[in-house]
Design a protein around this ligand. Sequence first.
Ligand code: FES
Length: 64
Amino acid sequence: MAIDRCICFNLTFDEIQKIAKERDFNTVKELQIAGICSLNCKLCEPYIERMFKTGNTSFKPGDI
Ligand code: FES
């Protein structure tokens, strides 16, 4: 199964990437400060960091 979203905030990494681009965010921290995602269980956090590094928005558990 692909890992492609912040489950807690019900946002796909595609959607998060779009929001980040619109707001000129480059880090998970900026998304968290803005209250957009990655503020609950934080399981998505390393994947979103990876999204910023690679531009990918769908991952497998072994990708990080
Ligand atoms: S999956 Fe993103 S905070 Fe839980």
